[in-house]
Design a protein around this ligand. Structure first.
Ligand SMILES: Nc1ncnc2c1ncn2[C@@H]1O[C@H](COP(=O)(O)OP(=O)(O)O)[C@@H](O)[C@H]1O
Ligand SMILES: [Mg+2]
Length: 349
């Protein structure tokens, strides 16, 4: 059967859920859409009745319409155009193909295909590349810094113990604090460089482990007038690397304390989730995290703090994944944050 171009069944040409087709013409300097079809339009939140007989400016935000209008211009001049776009969280690739009759464009056929999955994979891959680059850098730098740092810290402690002058002692205390900070950053780097290094698992009581972290962090809670509430199942034991899990708890509690301002309660719960899994939840009533920022939390160097490293959460994720567990964050801006760690009691390999 022969069909004229306007009678092609476009639903057969484009995978229905993955794309849409459209056409436009130029009338009095404006590009008017004459046709649109495809379920991907609905996915994007566009009703095809908004498009027919309309210009880009009628149904898109002005800035986006302007950009697309440029592509339309290019196509109208007779060159096929491909471009990538993003809308309501979806990515697509569009191509505009001018239909030229006697050297004159009479119509442009457009297609758009949903490439959201591909794009998200690409973004993940880029993040992984960034991570491995950080890893390489970290391996080099951390080892170089570790040794001199140990001797500087050691000698500073010796001087601190052997002098009497209180003002000098004050300076030395500050130096020791700052050295500890550097040391913490270097340790975080070491984790990134070789997360599996020194991975020593044993059967431990999780409640006891959390208590030892709380004891260690007590001065910090007191200094910030933070009140800790516990809801513990003290019978839970698991096979894990206690030092690494401690590191996770310290990082998370530190974030919770830093986010807290008016309501200074932090709640920690430890519960059985099933026969083989348990959860640790850390809830704060602090600043919470906006939707925009939530996407970036586990990225290396992503920090909103003047003195932050932006490595804390990433290290947590690494460690939890090494333990075959998961970590997720539920947060509401202005209301607070709950970080949940789900861990197996035994690892299968
Ligand atoms: N409990 C929390 N409440 C509010 N924001 C948080 C919380 N935990 C993490 N964040 C946000 O995530 C960012 C990254 O955290 P992290 O990786 O620990 O690095 P850092 O603490 O050094 O900034 C923080 O800068 C902060 O903006
Ligand atoms: Mg942190």
């Amino acid at each position: 059967m022969k069909t004229s171009p306007t009678h092609i069944n476009y639903r057969d040409l484009i995978p229905r859920q993955k794309g849409f087709v459209f056409k436009f013409e130029k009338k009095e300097e404006h590009f008017i859409h004459t046709f649109s079809e495809g379920d991907f339009l609905t996915t994007l939140g566009i009703d095809s009745t908004w498009i027919k007989g309309k210009t880009l400016f009628d149904f898109l935000p002005k800035e986006i319409a302007k950009q697309k209008n440029e592509f339309y211009e290019q196509a109208w001049r007779g060159t096929p155009v491909n471009y990538e776009g993003q809308m309501n969280g979806y990515y697509y690739i569009a191509s505009l193909n001018p239909m030229v009759v006697n050297g004159q464009t009479v119509e442009v056929n457009g297609t758009a295909i949903d490439i959201t999955t591909e794009k998200e994979n690409e973004i993940k891959l880029r993040q992984m590349e960034k991570l491995s680059l950080v890893g390489e850098l970290a391996a080099g730098i951390a080892h170089e810094i570790r040794n001199p740092l140990t001797s500087i810290t050691g000698f500073t402690q010796i001087i601190n113990e052997s002098i009497q002058d209180p003002s000098l002692k004050g300076y030395l205390e500050i130096m020791l604090d700052e050295l500890e900070r550097i040391n913490n950053i270097v340790s975080e780097f070491m984790f990134i460089a070789k997360p599996a290094e020194g991975f020593i698992c044993k059967e431990i009581n999780i409640g006891t482990l959390i208590s030892s972290v709380l004891f260690f962090m007590k001065p910090q809670f007191n200094m910030n007038s933070v009140n800790i509430t516990l809801d513990f199942d003290s019978s839970i034991t698991a096979f894990c690397d206690p030092n690494q899990i401690k590191q996770v708890l310290i990082n998370l509690l530190q974030n919770a304390v830093e986010a807290t301002s008016t309501n200074k309660n932090i709640e920690i719960s430890l519960k059985n989730e099933s026969e083989n899994y348990f959860s640790i939840k850390i809830r704060d009533y602090g600043s919470g995290i906006s939707k925009e920022r939530q996407k970036r939390l586990f990225e290396p160097f992503y920090t909103t703090k003047e003195k932050g490293t932006g490595l804390g959460l990433m290290v947590c994720k690494r460690i939890i994944e090494n333990h075959h567990g998961t970590i997720y964050i539920k947060t509401q801006q202005g209301e607070g944050t709950v970080v949940t760690i789900l861990l197996p009691k035994k690892m299968n390999n």
